[in-house]
Design a protein around this ligand. Sequence first.
Ligand code: FAD
Length: 574
Amino acid sequence: MAKARVIYWFRTDLRLHDSPALKAALDLDPDVLWPIFTWDPYYVFPHFLTDIFSSLSLRLDCQNDLSASITKLNAKSKLFLLREAPQTVFPKIFKAWGVTHLVFEKDTDSYPRERDALVAAAAKTAGVQVITCPGRTLWDSDKIVAKNDGKPTMSTTQLQNAGKKLGRIDRPIAAPSSLPNPGEMPLDFEHEQPSGKPDINSERRTKKDTEYQSIAGPKGDFSIETMEELGFPSATTPHKGGETRALKLLEDIAKDKKYTATFEKPKTSPAQFEPQSTTLLSPFLHFGALSVRELYWRVQDIVDEYGKGASSPPESLTGQLYFRDMYFAAQAAIGPKFTQTVGNDHCKFIPWHLPSKVDSQTGITTGEYHVDFTEAEQWFQRWKTGTTGFPWIDALMRQLRQEGWIHHLGRHSVACFLTRGGCYIDWERGAEVFEEYLLDHEPACNAGNWQWLSCTAFFTQYFRMYSPISFPQKWDKNGDFVRRWVPELKDLPAKYIYEPWKAPLLDQKQAGVRVTGDGQLPSSAAGEKSKTYPKPMFDFGERREICLAAMKTAYKANLYGDDGRVADGSWTDL
Ligand code: FAD
């Protein structure tokens, strides 16, 4: 029998360890195996639409690391980058390269499902067998949904109950010790635009882009280019990607058995930095540089060994991974509309100030907004740029923009503030900013957590709000986190650090800062010795009352809480 000629298509699994799909490809005992990454618009286009290049930089780190690991196993092989959308390039290479099998890790995100169905149909036409294996989550999200009576998992208890019916989470699979040679890669067929989409950002693209019309890239060798070669400036994030780094980080975390076994998320500080208080493994999980089952079992084995005193879900480290699986399975059940309010029966409608614009034909959120130049639009811009005049919020938003990562409770603070606990702006707008800035942006986790924080799904206690003043005080009395990220306030006495507008002029003068203006001013006006920091954009106490009343009315109009009753209560600051 003719031996298999296999394309292994890397996407959300930029690793060699614990890859059930890669194992399935190698189990075919192939004659040749091409490890490839297609330059899919889904992964590449977002980088053209933002000024933040951190996540692209991490993607390249992951690709380079993976490519080097592949070459270590076979000197003739590497990660081959194909610069064309998979939907158009595969039908051509299936034929030209004599491919017999296409193997990849299953992806339950909405667009990849559609894309993969198209590619699978093209493979069928070309007589290529497609093999897919779940590998991104603890359990296969579709199977979780089936065991949850076809419904989305709206709590980690539901996820765990469905998981129990599926059996134990699989133990990780070791990385392969060798890889077959790649086959020939002839390209004597017509090339497409790399994106497969109209060029909507032509001014940013350089003339070099025309060279990318070649599938093999400008050097013609399918290589991974640098940020500079791609025409992007260096990323601002200090964080780096790659499987080697991920496994080393995990090793270091696991060495601290007490930390790993007794981890309790609510007790980790959102104000701690360098090092942060949680694992910071999310970007590695996002790119698939770290397997979630590798992390799970490493932690669970330590917990089992530790015995009494170990933490348990949902607060524990394994509990965090249940949240991740819960959102993936909720998205798998709800489909493309999971990431929006319209058409998503599980997401409560709240008449926010600035709702997203919906296409009247399709009912899909368009990504445009009813932008009026009201106060709320200014609040949104000031939130996004970290100039709200609330130092805790500004510090977090500046860290997010610069580094691409903030602590979970920091995300809670800024998300609550933008939506039901301050600005009363649509959570979809906040989610879009996170999509732009986060290194770990995961559509299911991002939308799900925004729904949680805005009390539109998963969580209904809208009267529990994050105060931008008293909440950080619990963690960081001196305001070191604010001093790090809002250097204008570096020398302000601790008692004013979260409320600088209350500092007497003399204290402002001694600290070399003036609290003035609306955030539109440059932080240091020309010719002035002292820097400026904006006044708060509203009175938080007043906004809290307004938001609470509005949420109460909206909940009553919607007539639901998660348990079928209308949630109620007077406000509690967190
Ligand atoms: P750890 O506390 O060390 O947890 C370990 C892992 O568990 C994380 O790496 C992550 O994969 C998972 N995890 C932990 N908490 C959650 C959670 N609540 N939901 C889902 N997974 C979780 N996480 C993302 O991975 N991608 C996102 O796009 C994302 N967007 C968010 C948006 C908002 C508004 C909020 C409030 C949270 C969001 N989170 C997101 C969840 C969470 O904040 C991050 O996963 C976590 O802060 C990552 O840091 P860590 O790796 O140190 O987490």
